[in-house]
Ligand binder design. Structure first.
Ligand code: FAD
Length: 496
């Protein structure tokens, strides 16, 4: 493991490379500061940021006056400009909250009122006929819906990668496989961050460690909040059934979640989920038969004719449910220099750019000199997948680089040249799932059955590591433990 320069000095250390940490890193890269982001895993966006509903919420759910309400609406608005700057995949589809009985119709009125209080633009009640005209596959029990035109769908890990790349381009250092293990204190103030790769002097530490934010806080001596994981499970469907729905379809929300939805993805798949189960284990992302049955039943309330035979995979994500229920974004009351961006459950993805602004404001108020950086470049060029190019463009690229002519993922038409580029880009892929998140190799109908071994071989070659060192996603997720020795008399042995 490569060690950091001894007692490397920084203004701000960000702990955690999810959407929260990477958005903060990009925001701070606008200033003349020495900023380092530390992520414990081999890649960024491997926590909650990789497994959620991917919706840019309009902002009518949270109660007025909460951080969730304010930052949701602000974050939604900010994504318009950020999507242009960073080439993010966002589709502004709008969303419908669907009522199937009179009690739910009353909930819609409450949501409308709340949304207007939160400043959500364009909210409107739709009649049964209007909703069914938009969504013919909805339940015939539908009585009406709340239409929120400002909602959208996005690619959460794509956004986190783009935030990180923009931050790196503007001088932030992102160090992966670098878990924070402790802090050094001087007169009640954080003065350093301890990791297995060495210690780093820091004036401020931002705690953006997702479901582990309470553990990080405790390491610094602040036990003011607790985070409990709340699991949400999903089923993803093949693109061939994409015509089933047109908008993000929510049921009326429950006390703990926005309910089980049916939604399109930016790439033309459909998913159902999530449920909401409080669990104890912060690493437990297994799906369960009961959980999947629950989400199927929930989704069928909205869309009865679900094409279950077209399901291609299941996954789950963990909400960071925190004491108090709202986001915890404030300086620690116990440890000077520690700023929490914790308890970032939904709508955390939507709020991330606004959370980043707020954290920058807090740092300013806490006394950090924030001089704007004249050289800040907001743009990360948009990645246009090979499959979306014209025939002439494809021919031109293949002539320049023959690796564009080798399709590695057949389901999603991902070429070897794109995989190589994803590995060598700033904050590039180091794992099989890292390649998948950046290029879609392995995200299609066969879920990596065909391209998995090929991506593994490309990673080994490009990273110059033995195949036994290639990992699926997380720190210890090695796929191969050793080479199988093939006995010299194999043919005889096999035929006997
Ligand atoms: C089921 C579900 C559905 C959701 N749907 C939506 C939605 O549709 N729209 C929306 O806006 N929001 C949604 N959310 C919320 C959103 O996904 C989260 O708010 C967001 O992803 C949180 O990002 P984060 O960066 O705070 O946490 P994470 O993504 O979990 O990132 C934290 C990072 O910290 C790292 N870390 C932890 N400990 C250490 C350490 N000691 N040292 C270094 N690194 C460390 C982790 O490895 C991880 O990468 C949903 C969440 C769930 C679970």
């Amino acid at each position: 493991m490569k060690r950091m320069a001894d007692k490397m000095k920084t203004d701000v250390v960000i702990v955690g490379g999810g959407i929260t940490g990477t958005a903060i890193a990009r925001e701070l890269s606008k200033y003349e500061l020495k900023v380092v982001l530390l992520e414990k895993e081999p890649d960024i966006a491997v926590g909650t940021t990789k497994a959620n509903s991917a919706i840019v919420h309009a902002g009518f759910d949270a109660h007025p006056g909460t951080l969730k309400a304010t930052l949701n609406v602000r974050g939604n608005a900010l994504y318009h400009q950020i999507a242009d700057e960073l080439g993010l995949d966002i589709k502004w589809t709008g969303s419908l909250v669907v009522a199937v009985n009179e009690e739910e119709m009353r909930s819609l009125e409450e949501l409308l009122e709340r949304g207007r209080g939160n400043g959500v633009p364009g909210l409107k009640m739709l009649s049964r006929d209007e909703v069914l005209a938009q969504e013919p596959n909805l339940s015939q029990a539908t009585l009406g819906a709340l239409w929120a035109p400002s909602a959208g769908i996005m690619l959460p890990f794509g956004a986190a990668v783009a935030f990180a790349q923009s931050a790196v381009k503007n001088g932030v250092q992102v160090i992966r496989e670098c878990p924070v293990k402790g802090f050094t204190m001087k007169n009640g103030r954080i003065s350093g961050v301890r990791t297995p790769r060495g210690e780093m002097a820091a004036s401020f530490v931002i705690n953006a460690a997702g479901i582990h934010a309470d553990d990080i806080s405790r390491l610094a001596g602040d036990s003011s909040f607790e985070i409990k994981p709340r699991k949400g499970e999903y089923i993803l469907f093949d693109k061939k059934v994409s015509a089933l729905i047109n908008n993000v379809l929510f049921p009326t929300p429950t006390k703990v979640s926005k309910g089980i939805l049916v939604s399109p993805t930016v790439h033309g798949n459909i998913f159902i989920g999530p449920n909401a189960q409080d669990i104890d284990d912060k690493e437990d992302v297994a799906t369960t038969p009961d959980g999947l049955a629950e989400i199927i039943a929930g989704a069928q309330r909205l869309v009865p004719r679900l094409p279950l035979g077209a399901a291609i995979t299941q996954f789950s994500g963990l909400r960071a449910a925190a004491t108090g229920g709202d986001f915890i974004i404030r300086p620690s009351a116990v440890v000077a220099g520690l700023i929490h961006a914790a308890g970032i459950q939904s709508p955390g993805l939507t709020s991330a750019p606004a959370i980043a602004e707020l954290v920058a404001d807090i740092l300013r108020r806490e006394g950090l000199a924030m001089k704007p950086k004249a050289s800040f470049d907001p743009v990360v060029p948009r990645y246009i997948p090979f499959r979306e190019l014209s025939a002439e463009e494809k021919q031109r690229l293949i002539a320049l680089n023959p690796l564009y002519g080798r399709v590695i993922c057949r389901c999603e038409t991902v070429t070897e040249a794109e995989i190589v580029a994803a590995i060598h880009s700033p904050c590039g892929a180091r794992t099989i799932d890292g390649v998948k998140r950046r290029t879609r190799a392995g995200m299609g109908r066969c879920q990596g059955g065909f391209c998995g071994p090929r991506v593994t071989a490309i990673l080994a070659r490009e990273l110059n590591i033995p195949i036994t060192q290639v990992r699926k996603d997380m720190l210890e997720s090695y796929l191969f433990y050793d080479k199988i020795e093939i006995p010299a008399d194999c043919e005889v042995a096999c035929s006997e």
